[in-house]
Design a protein around this ligand. Sequence first.
Ligand code: GDP
Ligand code: IMO
Ligand code: MG
Length: 429
Amino acid sequence: MANVAVIGAQWGDEGKGKVVDWLASRADIVVRFQGGHNAGHTLVVGGETYKLSLLPSGVVRGKLGIIGNGVVLDPEALLSEIAKVTGQGLSVSPANLRIAENVPLILPLHPALDRAREAARGGDKIGTTGRGIGPAYEDKVGRRAIRLCDLAEPETLSKKLDELLLHHNSLLKGLGAPLFEKQPLFDQLLAWAPQLLPFSEAVWERLDAAKREGKRVLFEGAQAVMLDVDHGTYPFVTSSNTVAGNAAAGAGIGPDAIGMVLGIAKAYSTRVGSGPFPTELHDAIGQGLGDRGREFGTVTGRRRRCGWFDACMVRQGVKIGGVQGLALTKLDVLDGLAELKICTGYRIGGAVMHRLPAAMAAQAAAEPIYEVMEGWAGSTAGARSYAQLPAAAVKYVRRIEELVEAPVVLLSTSPDRDDTITLRDPFAG
Ligand code: GDP
Ligand code: IMO
Ligand code: MG
């Protein structure tokens, strides 16, 4: 089975949606395996822009989409996203979307706790999307989550709600936030049941059948390695494992099915929330990258922080994430810059390091060591072959390959689906 797993190699928003959409034309099934509606994946097809948060990006290609058990699912967000894309002419029904029956749900009390906690942290806030992702994962590992399958069992639901409310109301009270009552939540869950249960199934069985039939599965990661709850810039991370290794557990299939791991990286760096960002630029160049790259969060609307490409960090992400090939996106945003910098290591205290250490203060103190490269005067925007790229742009891409120790197999040169240069077909393994 020639499958592909797509993961972010930086801090998210690398262009995973565009790449997944592009690859989906050659896949049979697209599976989300972690994260939730904290993700914002933008797809541009012809003139139309689709912004997806929960739906697997393959739905735009008319492929079967699966939301795996590793996701945290907000029913309200899902139903409104389905309504939104239906308004754009797509059709989403149980015929092309299946949801793991054991997926944990995000309820209104989760974003309430997320926001109350962020407010309490003040200046030390994580900068979460405020969508309840962290609290929902906490409930999952705390064994008190309400899962999709519970909607079919009102008695179970009632008991579980008691336990959940005891936990959440204690926390909310401590934080001085408004408490939740059982009945409105119970009524809401029962109202969602007939809308959601038709999508619910044991998706592992479907994936097992797909495996036997030799179908191609594309695993669509959200967030990125540096936001991984174990391997990222903790605690400034999301609450799931974003690495490809989690695709198996988050979908219900063996690790042998993951196939080729494709890491997506921007030709520079961005970050939305708080936390360390060694190559961040606070000058006109950073401002220019943000303007040209339209770096505004899809979910939060916040301006993304921008900086130079950090090869040291991406190399770390390549190793930890098991990335076998890179898709390099937004090369066009660098057009016209006289010189470019690539971070090859860090100076921390008196020491030089070629990895980002795990400790918080050390991460915050990391000063980038740069290699300077020549920019290019010509345009890469919309290029569809290597031959169309200025020589200095090719040199930049080659240097990135050497430094991160992974081949660039795809190059993206505009938001449009078709402006993509293929150097190697990821489905070829
Ligand atoms: P994701 O979260 O990784 O799916 O990325 P987002 O969709 O949040 O952010 C990436 C943004 O860059 C979107 O607005 C895309 O339309 C856009 N984009 C993707 N690839 C390219 C590219 O090669 N060039 C330019 N200029 N924009 C791109
Ligand atoms: P995609 O899939 C960029 C960031 C938030 C915050 C941290 C924790 O579009 O790349 P959370 O709400 O998950 O608890 O927030 O993670 N974050 C993202 N940043 N892209 C994303 O998704 C993100 N999802 C979460 O900004 O810093
Ligand atoms: Mg995004």
